[in-house]
Structures are given as structure tokens and as C-alpha cells.
Design a protein around this ligand. Structure first.
Ligand code: ZN
Length: 459
């Protein structure tokens, strides 16, 4: 068998070339002009189309118990949504609560994905408590191929760690050579501001943003950076949303701190007025950090174009309308999150590349290659090269459409980007050489996905 992709316009993060791609046993084994294929090979003509390395979403939630409910996707629905949107690998956050056993949590999260995901996946392990037993378990989890941690400075008493636990987590990470991803908001300030607002009768979703203002995120980001600086660990700020936080990260970087930055799709395209819409429409746009004042969007696009924002993820986290309404009486009870796994690539391409704010190669880098490099997946993932997994996206640049919940694969009854136009989508998506999507429709094999075991990167 084997798969030959002819006449590809191959676009990597650092190169562009025309040629054929030959795939055997899940792997790219030859790239060149006018390659021969055996008579029984499958042949796809990509003439006139760009072919990208499969896109990587470095930050998703699929299985997630949160605020007394569960996010709506399974790995089956979430992976099909990812693939429909050109994402061939995602990294899921394993998020046991502070009272749970870390290793039991890890096994539970793994069991939810095994045999269920249609695309490849990996995990970040959340450290929600640090003690001797947890340390031992974290060593075991890293040895199992999950070579990155996640900490929350927010969500006190649930996911959150205090400064001493952050110090211990970073010290262990430094020893093991793993990178630590961090949700950077000051938990005490968020708690106090929430109390004040609710006590003043300010209970609607429009008060979510004022309860966690930009300064609270800047403080968290600066503190995380200071702890990285003093432990020598490598860190990655997740879902950075505002100018002050970016400045805190960049100031640390210029001092030599090993810090990288992710922003997530909603913050590039939506602003806080979405959460100020009345009733459930506002609740659909409640996430943390919250949607910000619009002036931050240009800051993020510019930083992305320059590579100061390294990656774009989604923080995909679908709660449906009924779940959002749990917060009808108080914004503090609204499950935080918004779906996005399906729309990230097409929206970045449309509003970044097509609008001239994001270079084509930086787009590939931010949506695939850099995450692969930071999280120990490169060059297996994140590039089109001989020896790499044959995860490919043949892109239909001429496609025009509008996003709508009615047509999405994600298991959620709304789309936070409802009605937005997209200019381009995947015509063909392969996972290790198997065609999984054609023209936005899943046509492949369920449960094909594998857990990607990663080595510590020793930055
Ligand atoms: Zn998240």
C-alpha cells in the first residue's frame, strides 16, 4: 500500500518547497519530485494546494470535572472536532483536584483517552498539591512519557497551589528536565474581588472580567517568572490574555529566564463585550483569564507575529447552555470555558494570514512546530520531513464558510465564534498516513489515536 501525495506545496515553519510526499507505514519516507508509486498505492493530487504539518493544540480539556459538572466532549467527539479543523495532535490537561491522588487521576485521564481518540494525543500533568507522595508519583508519571507539568496559581483550594508548592514543583521539574506550564492569576485577589462584587449585587457575567482584571494576571505572570528565575526551571505561561502579563513575561525573558508564552484563540478575536451580553449569551463567553478590553487584541497579534507569543492553543473546554446557566444567580458559579479545538486553525489562518497580520511560516510555527519543539514531540510531529509521522493537512484555501454550532463536531450547543467567516479549511487530513478527514468531514478510523510518550527536554 502506501500513500502518495502529488504536487504538494509543502509549507513548514522554516521552508517552502514543491514536491511529492511518499508515506509508508505511517511515516514520511521520501520527499521529492515526480516520485514513483507502486500500482496499489493510494494517490492524492494536491495540485495548487498548500500542505501543512498536522497542527498541534497544546492546551485542551476533554475529560474535565469542574464546578460540579463535566465538560461535554469525549475523546471521540473532541478528536473528531480537532481533526475536522486540521488539528492532528492535542495535549490534554490532566486535572485532578487538590484532594485527589495524582497517580490515580493520571490513570483515570489516560483511560478516558485510550482507544477513544481518533487523533494522537499527549498530556500535561497538573500538580494540584505537592507532598512527598505526590513527588514520587510525579517521577513515575514523567517516566511514563508525560514530560510536562501544569500548575494553577488561581482556583485556590481546588486546582491551585501556593507559592511554596510552586517552588517545590519547579525544583522537581528542573531536576527531571520537564517544562512547567502555568495558569497565572493571583488567587487571593480573585477571591476577594469576587466576594466584593457579589456582595454589591454585581452578579452577572459582565462582572467576571472585573473580578480578575489585567493587573491580577500580570502579577501572577511576574511571580511565576520570578520563581522560574530562582529555581532555574523552564516555564510556559498558558492562555496569556493581556498586555501587562506579556510585558512581565518579556521582561523576565530579557533577563535570561526560560519562559515561553501561549495565548489562546478567543483572546485574539473576542473581547469583553461578548461576556457583557445579557443572560446566557454573556455566560457562554466566561473563561479565565477573561475576555479583555479590545486594545489587547492588537498587542497579542503583534506579539504572535514577532514570536513573543510562541504558540496558539484553545483551552478548549465545552460547557453547554444548560451548564452555563448554573451561574445564572452569580457569575462565580458559571463553568469557565469555551470550545475552540475545531476552529483554531481556520480562524488563525483567516484573521492572521489572510488579513496580513501573521506570516505564513509563523502561522505554521505557532499552530504546530513550536509546540512540538517545546513539548518534546519534534521532529516526530510539527514538520513535514523524512522520518516524521505522516500527519498532514492539505489545505483548501479557496473554501469560504461561516462557523455555526449547528454544523460543528464538538459536542456543544453553541459556538463562541458563531457567524464568523472563515477563508480556508482542511481538504484532507491524515494521521500517520491514514486519511481521517475530507472536506471538513470525518471519514476515518475512530480510536486510531495513540498516546505520545515524550522524553524530558532538559532545556
Ligand atoms: Zn486550561
Amino acid at each position: 500500500m502506501g500513500l502518495l501525495i502529488r504536487n504538494a506545496d509543502i509549507v513548514n515553519a522554516d521552508s517552502r518547497s514543491k514536491g511529492d510526499i511518499w508515506i509508508e507505514n505511517e511515516t514520511i519516507t521520501r520527499i521529492g519530485e515526480n516520485l514513483d508509486a507502486p500500482p496499489n498505492a493510494e494517490v492524492i493530487d494536491a495540485a495548487g494546494r498548500m500542505v501543512f504539518p498536522g497542527f498541534i493544540d497544546p492546551h485542551v480539556h476533554i475529560y474535565l470535572p469542574f464546578m460540579a459538572t463535566f465538560a461535554k466532549d469525549t475523546h471521540e467527539s473532541g478528536s473528531i472536532a480537532a481533526l475536522a479543523g486540521g488539528t492532528t495532535t492535542y495535549i490534554e490537561m490532566v486535572c485532578p483536584s487538590r484532594n485527589d491522588d495524582a497517580l490515580e487521576g493520571y490513570q483515570l485521564w489516560k483511560s478516558k483517552a485510550a482507544g477513544s481518540s481518533a487523533c494522537d494525543y499527549a498530556f500535561h500533568m497538573a500538580v494540584t498539591r505537592f507532598d512527598d507522595r505526590t513527588e514520587e508519583q510525579l517521577r513515575e508519571i514523567v517516566a511514563d512519557g508525560t514530560a510536562s507539568f501544569k500548575i494553577f496559581l488561581a482556583y485556590k483550594n481546588f486546582f491551585g497551589v501556593d507559592d511554596d508548592e510552586m517552588y517545590q514543583t519547579l525544583t522537581l521539574a528542573k531536576k527531571l528536565g520537564v517544562i512547567v506550564t502555568a495558569h497565572c492569576e493571583n488567587a487571593e485577589l480573585v477571591g476577594r474581588l469576587q466576594q466584593e462584587l457579589i456582595a454589591a449585587g454585581k452578579t452577572g457575567p459582565e462582572f467576571h472580567e472585573p473580578s480578575r482584571p489585567e493587573s491580577v494576571e500580570a502579577e501572577g505572570t511576574g511571580r511565576f517568572a520570578t520563581f522560574l528565575e530562582n529555581t532555574g526551571a523552564a516555564g510556559y505561561v498558558v492562555h496569556l490574555s493581556s498586555k501587562g502579563a506579556l510585558e512581565a513575561a518579556m521582561a523576565a525573558k530579557s533577563r535570561g529566564v526560560r519562559i515561553w508564552v501561549e495565548s489562546v484563540l478567543p483572546h485574539f478575536l473576542l473581547d469583553k463585550t461578548y461576556a457583557e451580553r445579557p443572560g446566557v449569551e454573556g455566560m457562554k463567553h466566561v473563561m479565565s483569564p477573561p475576555l479583555r478590553d479590545k486594545r489587547n487584541q492588537k498587542v497579542l497579534w503583534d506579539a504572535l507575529a514577532q514570536g513573543f507569543v510562541d504558540t496558539v492553543g484553545t483551552d478548549h473546554c465545552p460547557f453547554d447552555t444548560a451548564q452555563k446557566l448554573m451561574g445564572a444567580a452569580a457569575f462565580t458559579q458559571i463553568p469557565n470555558g469555551i470550545p475552540g479545538i475545531e476552529d483554531r486553525v481556520n480562524l488563525m489562518y483567516t484573521y492572521g494570514v489572510k488579513r496580513g497580520t501573521l506570516g505564513l511560516h509563523r502561522f505554521v510555527d505557532a499552530a504546530s512546530t513550536r509546540a512540538a519543539k517545546l513539548f518534546g514531540l519534534f521532529p516526530r510531529k510539527g514538520t513535514i520531513a523524512v522520518g516524521s509521522d505522516a500527519d498532514l493537512v492539505i489545505y483548501d484555501d479557496a473554501y469560504r464558510g461561516r462557523l455555526t454550532a449547528a454544523a460543528q463536531q464538538t459536542n456543544c450547543d453553541y459556538n463562541g465564534f458563531e457567524g464568523m467567516e472563515i477563508e480556508g479549511r482542511a481538504a484532507v487530513v491524515t494521521v500517520r498516513g491514514k486519511v481521517q478527514v475530507r472536506d471538513g468531514k470525518f471519514v476515518g478510523e475512530r480510536g486510531r489515536g495513540r498516546m505520545l510518550k515524550r522524553q524530558p527536554a532538559y532545556f
